[in-house]
Design a protein around this ligand. Structure first.
Ligand SMILES: Cc1cc2nc3c(=O)[nH]c(=O)nc-3n(C[C@H](O)[C@H](O)[C@H](O)COP(=O)(O)OP(=O)(O)OC[C@H]3O[C@@H](n4cnc5c(N)ncnc54)[C@H](O)[C@@H]3O)c2cc1C
Length: 466
């Protein structure tokens, strides 16, 4: 620490950790710190953020962060209000001329940071933005000028050349003036669906690697009933862990087993979509491909409701949506199948599905969620071609062969024999009787016919492209 007496304000946002945190380390290196989190009512009021499960996860994560700060000598100051008002006010109270934060690339985050920087400048202070959310910043990736990478594989090649930065330990001791805190009352209380905070994230990471799941990732990641993926998405979403920490835990820099290499490649999609959103902020509202903005959607509210509630009659889709409601998390393969079904079987605008996911997911993230939906809808960067329509029955047979995933989330199908589990409407009356599941009474008949809707969806896309 230098002997500068003037504190630095560290404004936490989506970087809720103390280790591997360049903005905090730089501030602590200068002297006293004040650690701030701003609860912004305007963000809480937005459609995508009316997400009680995610907000409970956030609240628990902030409590854990506060406990870790307290062990080091300071507390988290929480203030409610517009950041462009709150941040300069707290800086003034603390006597801080510098505010450190971790860079964010979402359109909302960038606009907010511009407002805050302007307000700080007016008050004789400045916002100093550090890296740390992504492994590589868009400007630091070779070949990424202009429109940036629109295809994942070359992006991954350039990205994986980038060294994983060395460990940046959490500061041992912190000191700084104690300021009033509003507390976390504006966020919903209650136990989060899974433990939150840097220590919980670390535990999940260590378990994923120590259990052998990371080494088997290339073989198991698509099996929906398996616990074969890391479940680190909400931790990464809130920065309770970082891609650099994940990379080092895997053994980087250094050779990786095929399973770990496949996992690291998957983590790269997170940076890919962030870079993309940074370069093309318009994708937050519309299809990246202009010709795809003209697709005619049916937007049938009853069908959207059946999908959201897991009552479409397609077991894999219903299992995915019920897992979302229960766990605030859905297996990636199931996300793809459920999303494809909404867009291409039910002909509902992908943006409505994007909102439902944002409201339900603990990991609901503007870049990844938008990227995932545009990928499925065939409207985005390096997306699935528009004529690729996931067949929910074949996807089920391939990635949930015994039906264990369906049985877990759709208990009324628990006794349906494996050969029928992904198309229970094909059971004879006697089979339905034996399985204790009458179609149309205990479990819905399919709300649409997949084959005809598939043809209709392709026709609509072709019409838009003309
Ligand atoms: C329609 C749709 C919506 C999605 N919405 C989100 C979202 O809101 N938030 C979110 O974090 N992910 C989203 N994903 C991506 C992916 O489904 C989840 O990241 C993954 O299922 C989380 O589980 P995990 O942590 O066990 O993943 P793992 O397989 O263990 O992957 C490790 C990490 O890599 C990143 N990652 C993995 N796959 C992707 C991907 N396809 N795109 C971007 N990052 C990825 C995530 O940070 C993830 O935690 C979405 C995918 C689709 C198809």
């Amino acid at each position: 620490m230098s002997d500068a007496a003037e504190p630095t304000l560290v404004w936490f946002r989506r970087d809720l950790r103390l280790a591997d945190h360049p903005a905090l380390s730089a501030a602590a290196g200068r002297g006293p710190v004040v650690c701030l989190f701003v609860v912004d009512p305007a963000i809480l009021a937005r459609r995508h953020h009316r997400a009680p499960a995610r907000l409970r996860f956030l609240r628990a994560g902030l409590e854990a962060l506060d406990a870790e700060l307290a062990e080091r000598g300071v507390r988290l100051v929480v203030r409610e209000g517009p950041p462009e008002v709150v941040v300069p006010a707290v800086a003034r109270e603390a006597g801080a001329a510098r505010v450190h934060a971790t860079r964010e690339v979402s359109p909302l985050g960038r606009a907010r940071d511009e407002r805050v920087a302007a307000a700080l400048a007016g008050a004789g202070a400045r916002l100093v933005v550090h890296h740390g959310d992504m492994l590589v910043e868009p400007e630091d990736l070779p070949g990424s000028a202009g429109r940036g990478y629109l295809v994942f594989t070359p992006f991954f090649r350039a990205w994986s050349e980038h060294p994983v930065p060395p460990r940046l330990p959490a500061p041992d001791r912190l000191e700084g003036p104690a300021l009033r805190s509003d507390g976390l009352g504006a966020l919903p209380a209650g136990d989060p669906l899974v433990p939150a905070g840097p220590a919980a994230a670390r535990e999940r990471l260590v378990r994923f690697i120590g259990s052998g799941a990371a080494d088997a990732y290339d073989r198991r990641r698509d099996l929906m009933a398996d616990d074969g993926t890391s479940r680190l998405s909400a931790d990464l979403r809130f920065g309770m862990t970082s891609p650099a920490q994940v990379g080092r835990a895997l053994g980087l820099p250094g050779p990786l087993t095929p399973g770990r290499a496949a996992f690291w490649r998957q983590v790269c999609w997170r940076d890919f979509y962030r870079h993309h959103l940074a370069r093309h902020p318009e994708v937050a509202r519309a299809a990246l491909r202009p010709e795809m903005r003209a697709v005619r959607w049916d937007d049938d509210d009853a069908l959207l409701g059946a999908w959201r509630e897991g009552r479409t009659g397609y077991p894999i889709v219903d299992a995915a949506m019920r897992q979302l409601a229960a766990e605030g998390w859905v297996h990636n393969r199931a996300r793809m199948v459920a999303a494809s079904f909404l867009v291409k079987d039910l002909l509902v605008d992908w943006r409505r599905g994007e909102t439902v996911f944002m409201q339900g997911l603990l990991d609901g993230d503007p870049a990844n969620n938008n990227g995932g939906w545009q990928w499925v809808a065939g409207t985005g960067t390096d997306a699935a071609p528009y004529f690729r329509v996931f067949n929910p029955v074949l996807q089920g047979r391939r990635h949930d062969p015994a039906g264990a995933y369906v049985r877990r989330w759709v208990p009324e199908l628990a006794r349906v024999p494996a050969p029928r589990i992904h198309e229970p409407w094909r059971m004879s009356a006697a089979e339905q009787e034996a399985a204790g599941c009458r179609i149309g009474r205990d479990y819905p008949a399919p709300v649409v016919d997949h084959a005809s809707r598939r043809a209709e969806a392709i026709a609509r896309y072709e019409e838009a492209r003309r």
